[in-house]
Design a protein around this ligand. Structure first.
Ligand code: PLP
Ligand code: 3DJ
Length: 410
């Protein structure tokens, strides 16, 4: 039998990103393994000082003048921090990304903006039947609001969207395709460039939900000719609970796509406070209300961390972590009746793995009680989220050993 603890120690010792977990605030002594950084990332050690500096500096001193004065007036932050993320992790040129709102709100805004590009003859919204609930629910509402219908991509829940499946359902009635770059359950990594091309061949724009890839898997929005994209700030970007999301709109759509939440901060002249709405030029027209500046302080740190580590190095570590977990799953869990619900090949594997077995719903609280923190996704999946900057191989080894111990106890 393989000595996985020893292998993990070797992998940690040789890991070029091995110092990164030490740059995050340590958890209490009862935490054995945190395998949920794909749901909520960890706080960087520098964060308390950064928050303190922001509160005492720009906020306390500058007060309302902070919006318009200083090196980086807060009015600029949605675009400024958006550009920092675009450079670090999105493969997008400046001027196309904002930080604002939640992912759900940005899905609404950008899906409606995408639909504003076509006429009523394009009456179908194409989406993955197994996409994250908020994506499905939002588009259900948008379809009802705009007199369109949903057309489902019938994905295998243990895989995800493929160019072939998308090609089967798009056509001259397609107004929009929405899909997740990495599937929230299976971790399937979609071929974003190929799927975008399939949608474009049918004359439809694509909105990518990159919540489970941003900060973990390299994204090339410009090169893939993506139209719209969104993603969470609190997962691999470690922006903290409820961190604002990012929204990307390709420059070619700025003059044509209209988003529906016409707030004063997206107005061409917000402080004129005039009678009618006139969108600001460029990506600023996709901002709605006052930007969550305080919440961008941790997000900026997280984006800076990804930039410093390098997204390619992050991806290399991510694949090494999932490779290692897979070797343990195959040797220790498959013989105990566990099934892998995630793709094996690197080209289609995101940053997390799902393992399935009846009884996992009851097992999850027992793992949490022992300080091993993955999450459970119905009907029978335990999701092992392996966030490259914060997860050690030793944690993976210990977590899977605890799963084995708990399975053997039953
Ligand atoms: C694919 C995907 N989209 C969106 C969200 C969340 O959106 P929000 O932050 O608005 O809750 C999540 C996770 O919660 C997700 O996994
Ligand atoms: N966003 C979450 C939240 O606000 C509370 C608890 C969990 C979450 C999640 O991140 C769910 C997650 N997007 C998922 O992939 O299941």
């Amino acid at each position: 039998m393989t000595d996985f603890a020893a292998t993990a120690a070797d992998l940690d010792a040789a890991d070029p990103l091995g110092h990164w977990p030490g740059r995050f605030v340590p958890a209490g002594d009862d935490l054995v393994a945190y395998l949920d950084g794909n749901s909520l990332g960890r706080p960087p050690r520098d964060l308390p000082a950064a928050l303190d500096a922001f509160v005492r500096g720009p906020w306390a001193d500058r007060l309302i003048r902070g919006w318009s004065e200083g090196d980086e007036p807060w009015m600029d932050w949605p675009l400024l921090v958006g550009d920092e993320l675009a450079a670090a992790a999105l493969g997008a040129a400046a001027g196309q990304t904002i930080i604002a709102d939640s992912t759900s709100v940005l899905i609404y805004k950008l899906a409606r903006a995408a639909l504003s590009l076509s006429g009523p003859e394009r009456d179908e919204i194409v989406l993955d039947a197994h996409n994250f609930p908020t994506d499905r629910y939002l588009l259900e509402g948008i379809a009802a609001e705009t007199g369109r219908v949903l057309r489902w991509i019938e994905t295998d829940p243990e895989l995800g969207v493929t160019p072939e499946l998308v090609a089967e359902v798009v056509g001259e009635r397609t107004a929009l395709v929405l899909a997740s770059h990495v599937a929230y359950r299976s971790g399937y990594l979609a071929e974003a460039a190929a799927i975008t091309a399939v949608a474009h061949d049918a004359g439809a724009p694509v909105l990518w939900d990159c919540s489970h890839s941003v900060g973990s898997v390299p994204i090339m929005l410009d090169a893939w000719e993506v139209d719209f994209a969104v993603g969470c700030g609190y997962k691999y970007l470690n922006g903290g609970p409820g961190a604002p999301a990012f929204g990307y709109v390709a420059a070619r759509h700025h003059d044509h796509a209209r988003q529906p939440l016409q707030g004063w901060m997206g107005h061409a002249e917000p402080f004129v406070m005039g009678p009618g709405y006139r969108p600001a030029a460029g990506i600023r027209g996709f901002v709605t209300g006052t930007p969550p500046i305080l919440a961008m302080v941790p997000l900026r740190l997280g984006i800076g961390d990804v930039a410093e580590a390098g997204i390619e190095a992050v991806r290399t570590k991510s694949l090494a972590l999932t490779d290692f977990a897979l070797s343990m799953i195959d040797e220790l869990l498959v013989p105990r009746g566990v099934r892998l619900g995630s793709p094996r090949d690197h080209d289609h594997r995101g940053g997390h793995l799902t393992i399935s077995r009846t009884g996992f719903e009851e097992l999850t609280p027992r793992l949490w009680a022992r300080g091993v923190i993955p999450d459970f996704r119905r009907p029978d999946g335990i999701r092992l989220g392996l966030s490259p900057l914060t997860t050690r191989f030793a944690e993976v080894a210990r977590a899977i050993e605890v799963v084995v111990e708990e399975l053997d106890r039953v």
